[in-house]
Write a protein that binds this ligand. Sequence first.
Ligand SMILES: Cc1ncc(COP(=O)(O)O)c(C=O)c1O
Length: 404
Amino acid sequence: MIDVEKIKKDFPILERKVNGKRLVYLDNAATTQKPRQVIDAVVDYYSNYNANVHRGLHTLAEEATIAYDEVRKKVAKFINAKPEEIIFTKNSTEALNLIMYAYGMSNVSAGEKLVTTIMDHHSSFVPLQILAKRKNAKFEIMDVDKEGEIPEKEYEKLENAKIASVVHASNVTGTINDIASMSKIVHEGDGVFIADGSQSVPHMKIDVKKLDIDFLAFTGHKMLAPMGVGVLYGKKELLEKMQPFLYGGDMILEVHEKESKWAEIPAKFEAGTPNVEGVIGLGAAIDYLEKLGMDNVRKHDIAITRYCMDELGKIREVRILGPENPEKRTALVGFEMKGVHPHDIAQVLDSEGIAIRAGHHCAQPLHERAGVIATARASFYIYNSKEDVDALCNALEKAQKLFA
Ligand SMILES: Cc1ncc(COP(=O)(O)O)c(C=O)c1O
């Protein structure tokens, strides 16, 4: 298991007070806080070797380029991919849009089937929906059961799909989808399987080979790294066949008056000056997580989620969303409290120094399906303790009394 008290000391922000109370940060599914090691890596880059990458011949440019490319290797190892299969993007949203444009626009034909799930985040749901409209393709949506899980019967929709895009772990219910089984079905019909790993990669060991997924998107800021850096993993043979998404500097091999040629992957998909500080910070974040061990991170997640579900369950009129078994979910607990609007809950909690999220969490179709406009969500990471859950539950009881 991980040592939460020791970890906490690495996060300067956790020392601050909010509304005179100790900060209890439970909005990790939105973004995580950053350890000193990540902040220091970014400061070190700007203090000692700030330069543009891949273009300069001077010492600083060389050092920045080496550091940038080393992180690509690190990310590749983290998910068991090859370095050239790692494309740095701005975030998951850009990674998912990149696939829909660069792969989807030239491979999907009218009448073909594109499949997602009702629990997918807007960043995967909407680009696929738009692709279907532009290409006159069919857009099918896998549904969920009462526990927020996709029943196996729904998997039939994946048969002969040209593209399926599925969120690995829901940011609303926490449900972890069986993407290995899903990708198998899609591959039997020669389709392509995209996984949105935004809520899973920060929390568990992901092996893209074992899962046999064609593309994986994830976002650095939800795994201790700075904002503005994300990752698209793509199978080499697919990336090589795809046309670029953005054109310009850095992605080019030759440019002539009449024609131009593109660089090899991954440069082909990294046009313009990249977010070097973000990438360096992501490298430090991965080092931090690897040192803890992703299996230990997962164990901690399950333990704290279980504790939160048990304690929340004791509060009158609270309904927890998603699977009952904490082992089937990632480290978040979405919930409703009868008679209290989620925004009011969030406000009362904030006055107690507790940060949670309230709203539709960029997953409006799932909320519509459940017949609710908004839900509240507490989400955890490596620095959260049982005391944080206790603070949440005490404040929720306060909110209940206030609005009852
Ligand atoms: C499941 C899921 N997918 C995608 C995203 C989008 O991430 P980003 O805003 O970093 O692109 C999020 C962010 O909340 C998410 O929870």
